[in-house]
Write a protein that binds this ligand. Structure first.
Ligand code: AHR
Length: 501
């Protein structure tokens, strides 16, 4: 029988809560309808934010929210989104469907949303089409506590005290939609722009995020690190706190994304195989970063990840609206296990996007709302936030799959917080349950506090507005306690969380 050996005396690092972060973009129905309906809406809201959505997001303890994009960030001009709503400039959202953006959700609304969620703020600045001055003034507007032109402007718009900006992204995907730059050019632009992202709050300095690679573009990572570390005093560690990485899972590839809901067995394995590629990406980008930053002062921010399939038939192709099945649950479970295990370098991650776009945790339609299978995974994994990663390993790497799309049977990660060990397990097999003997290194009697399983009667199961609870986490009884360890049977194609004391 395969063994999962847990060494609870070996704590390998802290799992930053921000690994469980989310991304909100002015794209399709993410901001408007999904998060924000305006305070004159019939949909229950607090200051324009949907109450049902905020409550569901608070439940999974969203630690950080990234905004306003994505590609949208590099054509967003923040001054268009402040002041009286009726006077706000309208613009065309050229990236996403060519729709009119009325800027009724801007900086004040984003900060209000984060206040309601109780989460950290990650604001992504515009380097691609904005000026250094514009970026600098935004930071001054949001964070300066004193007398200055931007602080006065903020106060005149009703916000006396500055907000806290926890993370600030200096451009997004500047190798593509953010300006089609080369790594060396971006590296120099980054150095210049970030200089004027001033730290006005000594007690809570802004963490600066440099634009990192798309998937396996190691050339980008190498070029940006080299440029940013060149002639940089050691204590400034390349002028950055984090470097981003974006990687999406498609069924096959960018050109053949596949349906979100209709897939055969081969597509199941191929999707999971593509998901597991995250492991190699993290290892190889980390190896490059290690050359410049061996002490790992710079974190990786995987601030766009998740499934990207074809849009739901009949919906606007520019809105990227997709449904979410048990396959998405497995993709989430595997990625989060990988991030946990790389917590020495991965300090932030944001699934794309939080509501109504790509691999969302929430879908809405008018006043209706559903929690997707991915929401349940975030709920089951939330105990990892801020916990110590424990050393854990499987005794054999048994494989499953079809043809060349072979994947390990099990994905796992283990952490400890407040004396409770959280074990998250995924069975990647479509056809077979998996027995696992879980052992601990300390000679201590262990008791299961709580165990949950997420599985469908069919892997295509999803939550719809008509049947919102088809897939939901249920109490898990598929284990035996044998005093010091456990024998667990992980159902096929499922996600399991076991909390042990
Ligand atoms: O998430 C959709 C888009 O994917 C984002 O706007 C962009 O950053 C990425 O290419």
């Amino acid at each position: 029988m395969t063994k999962l050996v847990i060494n609870e005396t070996k704590k390998l690092g802290t799992i930053a809560p921000e690994i469980y972060g989310h991304f909100s973009e002015h794209l399709g129905r993410c901001i408007y309808e999904g998060l924000y309906v305006g305070d004159d809406s019939n949909i229950p809201n607090e200051n324009g934010m949907r109450k049902d959505v905020v409550e569901a997001l608070r439940e999974i303890q969203v630690p950080v929210l990234r905004w306003p994009g994505g590609c949208f960030a590099d054509e967003y001009h923040w001054k268009d989104g402040i002041g009286e709503k009726s006077g706000r400039k309208k613009m065309v959202n050229t990236h996403w469907g060519g729709v009119t953006e009325d800027n009724s959700f801007g900086t004040h609304e984003f900060m209000e949303l984060c206040r309601q969620l109780g989460c950290k703020t990650y604001v992504n600045g515009n380097l691609g089409s904005g000026t250094v001055q514009e970026m600098s003034e935004w930071v001054e507007y949001m964070t300066f506590d004193g007398i200055s032109p931007m602080a006065e402007l903020r106060k005149s718009n009703g916000q006396e005290k500055p907000w806290r900006v926890d993370y600030f992204g200096v451009g997004n995907e500047n190798w593509g939609c953010g300006g089609n730059m080369t790594p060396g050019f971006y590296g120099n632009e980054y150095r210049r722009y970030q200089t004027y992202v001033r730290q006005y709050n000594d007690k809570a300095p802004i963490q600066k995020v440099a634009c990192g690679a798309n998937g396996d573009d190691y050339h980008w990572t190498e070029g940006v690190m080299k440029t940013c570390f060149d002639h940089a005093p050691e204590h400034l560690h390349g002028h950055m706190d984090l470097l981003s990485l974006h990687y999406y899972t498609h069924t096959e590839c960018w050109e053949v994304k596949g349906s979100a809901t209709e897939f055969d067995d081969k597509a199941w394995y191929r999707t999971l195989y593509n998901t597991l590629y995250m492991e190699e990406l993290l290892a190889r980008h980390t190896a490059i970063m290690d050359q410049y930053d061996p002490e790992k002062k710079v974190g990786l921010s995987v601030d766009e990840w998740g499934t990207w399939f074809n849009v739901e038939p009949g919906t606007n192709p520019g809105f990227l609206y997709q449904q979410n099945t048990m396959r998405d649950a497995l993709v989430a479970g595997i990625n989060l296990n990988i991030f946990n295990k790389h917590c020495d370098r991965v300090r932030l991650a944001c699934i794309a996007q939080v509501v109504n776009v790509l691999q969302s945790v929430i879908l809405t339609e008018g006043e209706k709302m559903v929690k997707t299978p991915t929401w349940h995974v975030f709920n089951m994994y939330r105990h990892h936030q801020g916990a110590k990663l424990l050393q854990s390993a499987l005794s054999d790497e048994e494989m499953t799959g079809i043809g060349e799309w072979k994947v390990p049977r099990v994905s796992e990660s283990v952490s400890e917080r407040d004396g409770i060990i959280t074990i998250t397990l995924n069975n990647l097999s479509l056809s077979e349950d998996k027995e696992l003997a879980v052992s601990f290194s300390e000679n201590k009697t262990r008791k299961v506090e709580k165990a949950l399983v997420l599985k469908g009667s069919d892997v295509h199961d999803m939550n719809t507005f008509e049947a919102p609870d088809t897939v939901k986490a249920e109490s898990f009884t598929g284990y035996r306690e044998d005093g010091k360890g456990l024998i667990v049977t992980i159902p096929k194609a499922s996600v399991v969380t076991i909390r042990v004391k």
